[in-house]
Design a binder for this molecule. Structure first.
Ligand SMILES: Nc1ncnc2c1ncn2[C@@H]1O[C@H](COP(=O)(O)OP(=O)(O)O)[C@@H](O)[C@H]1O
Ligand code: SF4
Ligand SMILES: [Mg+2]
Length: 336
């Protein structure tokens, strides 16, 4: 396996709100390999988007990073000056945001928006910026890219708008691309086509992808490695095949155990499991999954929150009673 290009080490972040401090990210460590795809998955509110925003040092007010390092090619992103950060964003690391409102500028044409990012970073003649614009739009599967470049956001379908946003993020060929729920709002056919374009892009340029999704079908299709987040922490981390074949954390196990449902209902959306996650304002001292856990024992009630430990090479789980049943309900659940 290739070396890591992006390492997130012991990252913690919080939002200070009038209701209290939301502990959105708690001691998260992740490692994205060069040319690889790491999926970050978990229920809504588990901290996925916050981790991604921290990776670009873009956590908005009232958010703040309280500890940790973000190493991009061994350079700590959090220690960079704002000018250095501006250079790094777009060129070395880029993100397609989950919130469509932060995506496209309604008053600029598609072409202007792609060209802007190119000319902001590179000293290239206008003609070259235009050529590259058409190239990246075509690369993201937009037919007649020169014509699409003249359109305004309101003239685009949802699928086209998403392709344009990915084209903007990839205009400078960033080494690391973060995609936050890139296809969640789209129908399955458009989704499949966009994922295919992303895979082709990755093969052509060796782009490393951090893919945030709550769709286990997409995880299975796209990722070599997976981190499962729960209540702001990574609770299980493994190669995708291992995780689908041998889930060890009861939360992952529960998700995969409901596979017939997520499979049959299509889309692979994260199944809902019994109970609700804890408030991130009053995070308990013990395992945050305790109230929902079918495997809980006394130790879970008396000990503090379990740390992520290696159960086998490259397979980590944060649990006092990891599941070792060789035929869990999720076994063989990896859809091909
Ligand atoms: N701007 C914000 N202000 C206050 N709380 C926030 C803000 N953004 C996110 N949060 C909280 O942080 C937690 C993690 O959110 P988020 O990172 O968006 O999770 P996910 O992407 O997994 O849905 C949630 O409890 C959410 O309500
Ligand atoms: S530590 Fe205990 S409560 Fe938490 S997931 Fe493991 S078995 Fe369940
Ligand atoms: Mg999110």
């Amino acid at each position: 396996m290739s070396a890591p290009i992006l390492r997130i080490e012991e990252l913690s972040a919080e939002f200070v709100t009038p209701d209290g401090t939301v502990k959105a990210v708690n001691h998260v460590s992740l490692s994205l390999r060069e040319g690889g795809t790491l999926a970050l998955t978990g229920e809504s509110g588990s901290g996925k988007t916050s981790v991604a925003l921290c990776a670009l040092n873009l956590l908005p007010h009232p958010g703040r990073i309280t500890s940790g390092r973000i190493l991009l090619n061994n350079v700590d992103v959090l220690s960079l000056t704002s000018e250095a950060l501006r250079q790094v964003r777009g060129r070395d690391i880029a993100m397609v945001f989950q919130d469509p409102a932060t995506g496209l500028n309604p008053v600029l044409s598609v072409g202007q928006q792609v060209e802007e990012i190119i000319t902001n970073h590179l000293e290239v003649p206008r003609r070259e910026a235009k050529r590259r614009t058409v190239e990246v739009l075509g690369q993201m599967g937009l037919p007649e890219p020169a014509q699409v470049a003249t359109r305004y956001p309101f003239q685009l379908s949802g699928g086209m708008a998403q392709r344009v946003m990915i084209a903007i993020a990839t205009a400078l060929n960033p080494k690391v691309l973060i995609l936050d729920e890139p296809t969640s709002a789209l129908d399955v056919t458009v989704q499949a086509a966009i994922l295919q374009d992303l895979r082709r892009l990755q093969q052509t340029y060796g782009t490393s992808i951090l893919l945030i999704t709550h769709d286990l079908g997409i995880v299975a299709q796209m990722a070599e490695e997976v981190a499962i987040m729960y209540a702001g922490s990574v609770v299980e981390y493994a190669e995708a095949r291992t995780l689908f074949d041998r889930p060890r954390h009861p939360y992952t196990w529960s998700l995969l155990a409901s596979r017939p449902r997520w499979d049959r209902e299509g889309g692979g959306r994260l199944p809902s499991i019994r109970g609700t996650p804890p408030s991130l304002i009053d995070l308990p001292d013990e395992c945050p999954f305790l109230p929902r856990c079918p495997k809980a024992t006394n130790v879970c009630r008396t000990e503090r929150i379990p740390a992520l430990i290696a159960l086998e090479a490259g397979h980590y789980a944060a649990c006092y009673n990891p599941i070792y049943q060789e035929e869990p309900a999720g076994a063989g659940a990896r859809p091909d």
